[in-house]
Every structure is written in C-alpha cells, then in structure tokens.
Design a protein around this ligand. Structure first.
Ligand SMILES: Cc1cc2nc3c(=O)[nH]c(=O)nc-3n(C[C@H](O)[C@H](O)[C@H](O)COP(=O)(O)O)c2cc1C
Length: 252
C-alpha cells in the first residue's frame, strides 16, 4: 500500500476550495433570499401596525388584507404637521434620517439619536364607514442597550393613547424587555398625551392606575422606562408629531 502524500500545498488547496464553495453557497443564499426577507419584513411591519390599530383579532391570518383595507400610510412634514406627497417610492423615514436631503439635526433632547427625517410616515386607521378611528405613529428612541422602535397608537382625538407596540429592541428579557409584556402594554390604554396642550404623559414609578397622565415604570428597569419617556416626550412634542397633532390634520 502506498502512503498518502500530504503536502502543505494540498491542504491549503483543499481549505481554499472548501472556503470558496461555502462562500458561494452563503452569498447565493443571501441574494436568493433577499426578496423573501424583504417580504417578511414588510409583513412583520404591517402586523405590528395592525396590532397598534387594534385590528389583530379581526385580521387573524389576513394581515396584509386587513392592513390594505383599514390602514392608509400618509407622509407629513414634521415641522408644519401638514401632509406631503411621498418623497420617493418606498420612502423610509429611518433611512431618510441618514440622507442629507432629508436629515434634520436633533438638539436638546435625550431621545438618543442625533438626526431624524424631515418627513415622517403616519398610519391612518379607518373603520368600514370611512371614519378615522386611530392614528399610528412610528416612534423610536434609546433604551438601555440600543434604540427601541415602536408604534404609538392614539384615538382620533389626537390625545388618548390606545397602544404602545415595540417591535425592535435589545433590552434585557425580564427587565427592559418587559416593554413587550402584555400586562404592561395594557396600562397605556386610555392614558392621555396632553394636558392643556402641553405634553403630560409620564412613565413613573408606582401605581398610576388612577392617573390618566402616567404609566407605571417597569420595575428593575428604570433606564429603559426613562428611554420610553424620552421617546414619547420627543415624538409627541414640538419637534416630533406635535404640530400634526395640534392641527388635527387628519380631520381636514
Ligand atoms: C445584566 C444586566 C442587565 C440589565 N438590563 C436592564 C435593562 O434592560 N433595562 C434597564 O432599565 N435596566 C437594566 N439593568 C439594570 C440597570 O442597571 C439599573 O439597575 C436599573 O435600570 C434600575 O432600575 P430600578 O430603579 O427600577 O431598580 C440591567 C442590569 C444588569 C446587571
């Protein structure tokens, strides 16, 4: 029997060949699955908006159908609060925040980002009679570990909160991650954003069941709770959706 000759050249050759094949498979899968990933991301986004819209039960598995029937995406100039045309097809306010064409500097806030887009998406929810029942507003701001992204749903009075749905966050499960806990989420229902026109909503320690302007902070997660507070203070304030909510643009 002849002994196998193992040379360094052969070993390196095999390693390179295996790496090449693996990288072709991985990059092929990444390219091939891109469309599917984008579709899934779109469905996930719609599903969170449908939840914030209070339509999850009605939707069942027909998320896209329910979204298309009851929810309309509009675009607003945050400074004026007025509706504008979609700036470009597939406009994404989070991507636009990094684009000099749309980026606006954020100053004097603890919200946790330095730039936001000048034009934001809002989601108008209508019933079968065509009446506006809710507004779903994208919000984001820093938690303890990273930015947290969610949707704030309010009634057509522009003041009464219905839902705060976080869909992307990296807080610690059991601590800040409790932003996803249904019993904490339920505490937002019926709370008010504004008192005499000023932002009044607070996330504070203790039992706030009888305070229409406050929601209990998460226990053991003051830093995440502060993040939620800063996020809402910014987004419903003058530099966020404040002008839109004051003008009640959806009624015109
Ligand atoms: C491993 C680890 C993970 C933590 N994760 C969070 C978190 O996600 N959110 C948060 O607010 N605090 C988190 N904390 C706790 C904070 O450091 C801080 O103690 C807490 O926010 C204080 O909240 P309290 O005043 O309700 O006790 C974490 C602490 C440790 C050690």
């Amino acid at each position: 029997m002849s002994a196998k000759k193992e040379t360094l050249g052969k070993t390196v050759g095999v390693v390179v060949a295996v790496c090449l094949v693996c990288s072709i498979i991985v990059s092929g899968a990444a390219v091939g699955l891109r469309d599917l990933q984008q579709t899934n991301a779109a469905i996930d986004k719609q599903s969170n908006i449908v939840e914030a819209a209070g339509l999850s039960e009605l939707a069942g598995n027909n998320i896209a159908e329910t979204f298309n029937k009851y929810v309309e995406e509009r675009f607003i100039d945050l400074e004026t609060g007025q509706y504008v045309e979609e700036p470009k097809e597939g406009y994404d306010m989070y991507k636009a925040a990094k684009n000099p064409e749309y980026a606006v500097k954020v100053t004097g806030s603890n919200v946790g980002f330095q730039q936001r887009a000048s034009i934001a998406s809002v989601y108008i929810v209508k019933n079968d009679a065509g009446e506006v029942t809710r507004l779903v507003l994208p919000v984001h701001g820093s938690g303890l570990w990273d930015l947290m992204y969610g949707f704030l749903a309010i009634d057509a009075d522009g003041n009464t909160i219905r839902e705060l749905v976080y869909y992307q966050q990296k807080e610690t499960p059991g601590l800040g991650g409790e932003v996803l806990n249904p019993s904490w989420k339920a505490k937002w229902d019926g709370k008010k954003l504004f008192n005499d026109g000023a932002v009044a909503i607070q996330v504070k320690k203790g039992d706030n069941a009888n305070n229409q302007f406050a929601v209990d902070a998460l226990s053991g997660a003051t830093l995440t709770s502060n993040g939620v507070q800063n996020t809402l203070t910014y987004w419903v304030g003058e530099n966020g959706y404040g002008p839109y909510l004051k003008n009640q643009t959806w009624k015109s």
